[in-house]
Ligand binder design. Sequence first.
Ligand code: TRP
Length: 362
Amino acid sequence: MPTNPAAKRRILTGDTPTGRLHLGHYVGSLENRLRLQGEYDCYFLLANMHAFTTRADKAAEIRQDTIEIVKDWLAAGIDPERSTIVLQTEVPAIAELTWFFAMLVPFNRVMRNPTLKTEIESKGLGDTYSFGFPMYAVGQCADILAFRPDLVPVGEDQVAHIEMCREVARRFNQLYCAVDPHAQDEEHERLGGVFPVPAALVGRIGRLVGTDGKQKMSKSLGNAIFLSDTPKQVKKKIGAMYPGQSREPDQPGDPDINPVFDYADVFVKDEALVAELRERYRRGDNLGDGHVKAYVIDAVNELLGPMRARRAEYEGPGGDDAVIEIIRAGTRRANSVAEETLALAKDRMGLSFGARRDMLGL
Ligand code: TRP
């Protein structure tokens, strides 16, 4: 395959530009992306088309959110020299595959997708959402399969989408590539399928609780610590967390109902220290809640410190332009892979009537 000379296996994942990324994104998916960046040929998609499915009236915001999310990625350590940043709306093959895939999924199957259902509820979409809204779930299959990846690192909430994508890949391979319906998922490509049946890779923490200690961390719930928060903001947000109970430092407490300990488990690297804190908390061994929080605040700031420094490089004048240049270069690379996929798919569907460049009169 000319687009993948090193024959590295591929990863694709993406984020919808709806605002800045937070710690939930980091432990749910970003961390995995960073870890696998050297090992895999990585594609990170800016799902700006998806943003329009619920915010078609907010074009200017979506544009700025798209740029901000790239800054978050770069800050977190995504390296545009090694990984490919892809702008969804400039990859026409994704839109075309979406159409073909829409014919391979029953309408009711799409509407039963639990992630869509949850979103309709949490975003209060009622029954007035656009036709394009449920369509995005099919679009997401195309986002993924356009790059024929093996792995899709995502947060837990996305697993239902990946499951649908796997169904689409199998169905396509069976219908158009004569892959046996009983074939194992891992065998599809070897048996001549255009698409691998990609696997979801969920981060070490599928669901990180928000600073309210109740719901999943989410920008819209106002309980998020953003990757771009200042040390002061981190201190304030964690400092204000309710520890799940009211106690004095010398009274026994229950660390398991204290969300600050959830954060300690995730962000404080010294596991022995966390175990000791839990034990002292249980016994009421002179351990105040402020004390536990201080460890967590330090740990989070230690994680975010290098990100703040890298982000600063793109925050001055010319920063947005530098980001746009990175988006352009990545999307160009991405199109060569996605076009190749589309040509393979159309060929199997009996749709190869001539070269695309020729058809476009180029
Ligand atoms: N729907 C995903 C989200 O909101 C973003 C996304 C779009 C995505 N296309 C993707 C994730 C493809 C993984 C693979 O988080």
